[in-house]
Design a protein around this ligand. Sequence first.
Ligand code: XMP
Length: 535
Amino acid sequence: MTDAIAILDFGSQYTPLIARRVREQHVYCELYAWDAPVERVLALRPKGFILSGGPASVYEPGAPTLPAYVLDSGLPVLGICYGMQLLAHNLGGAVAPSAKREYGPAVIEIQHSTFKISNSIFQALHLPSVKSDISNLQPPTSNLKLSVWMSHGDRIERLPPGFTILAHSDNSPIAAIGCAARNMYGLQFHPEVKHTPQGGEILRAFAVDVCGCAPTWTPDNIIEQSVAAIRAQVGEGQVVCGLSGGVDSAVTAALVHRAVGNQLTCIFVDTGLLRQAEGEQVVQTFHQALGIKLVAVHAVEEFLGTLHGVTDPAAKRKLIGEKFIRIFEREARKLGQINFLAQGTIYPDVIESAGTGRSGAAIIKHHHNVGGLPPDLGFKLVEPLRNLFKDQVRQVGQALGLPQRLLWRHPFPGPGLAVRILDEITWERLETLRAADAIFLHELETAGWYEQVAQAFAVLSPTTRSTGVAGDASKFGQTIILRAVVTDDYMTAAPAQLPYDLLTLVSARILNEVPNVTRVVYDLSTKPPATIEWL
Ligand code: XMP
């Protein structure tokens, strides 16, 4: 069983980041609601607990409390912000409420005496890169300064017995506390956010040095464990997997194939709403290069027929989703006895759809994705990626030999180009959009800009018509909108500041090479208030 840390969520917006940072240190961890059933949390057999921050104050009526099993376990505990107050409160310290909370950058000073404590959470910060030298290392004789993202909430007025102050700042006399004998630590700042540049090392020190977790949660180990788990689950059964052309379904298919080979059949539905050459690439990668059994369904006419006359975006999404499910079901039935459906649910989907488990809601990839779950098929789910963040999915994909181009592909909405044609969808309009989009993406790649933006695409407005001249004749053509955004999380986004030369080149090529387009514009809208897609 993998060494693991249990993170209890007390409601901070940053809690999922704690999981992310711990996993980046190759230590497995799981997030639980603070009031999750004890059996669920202990089933992980954690080697330590992290208590997250949260908006409450420990004295508030109804504020989340520290479950008794945490201290009863005798395992190491790291409390962050609210988690630290809780820890102090429960161990006999005194916490003073404060009227308002403040967050912001700060510099803390770690007391040099702190480094005399071996294996503490700050120990790693003053070590040279060669860790084996640890025994010969002299502790620094002056305080160590560290930039952090501070959160001033309640204040600790009196330390719990056995605890010492490990760090302070100008505004916070107690920025970090610890009791090395009991392996308990508290931080008033957030080690999980980017603004605490050495936060990853602090979390690693807690997980590895204090809790004793082996940092072995690497792509190769993940693959090995997943393969074993898939084999155990599937046995002699037959598995079907829908390929969308995206990263998650691709890595899922490759992983299941590694585990059960020909017991897996993939279904790829060509909706006609894909970008240029995407269908061929799926067949090439999965069937020809990886030798996976693949059923490629040509369903273009069916989709176009369904979408005939439809302009409303929500209606487009709904019709496409339903059609996809029907076709998938029909094709899966043709395969005979199928027992399992492999699905590319990843950890953020799990967190999004069911919080950290408080609701106990069914956890399925919930947005209207083409390639999403066909309901009522009676298949059991195989979800090998449900513990992985996107970057880990990519690392696993890379270790499985999937092409870089596929692994670093920008996100593409399930309903495809249907949400990028701002009117009724026709084959001719799809071809116009595909041609313009391919030129844009090709030039971005050539100029080295593709990786620097989070998402880039073309949108067609067939009804925004403008005059153009071609030779001696004038024509009244359609508009292509170029959109490229930078974002970390797709919740907020800014237009990419693409070089003017590049935009001019793309515009000139589209106007010259794509029939019926007489205008090219660049979208400068931020999200919010705009969204990334137009529909
Ligand atoms: P918005 O437009 O909401 O997009 O700012 C945020 C991210 O979600 C993608 N997106 C979708 N993905 N089905 C999907 O699978 C959809 O219907 C859908 N709509 C938007 C969008 O491309 C962006 O990455």
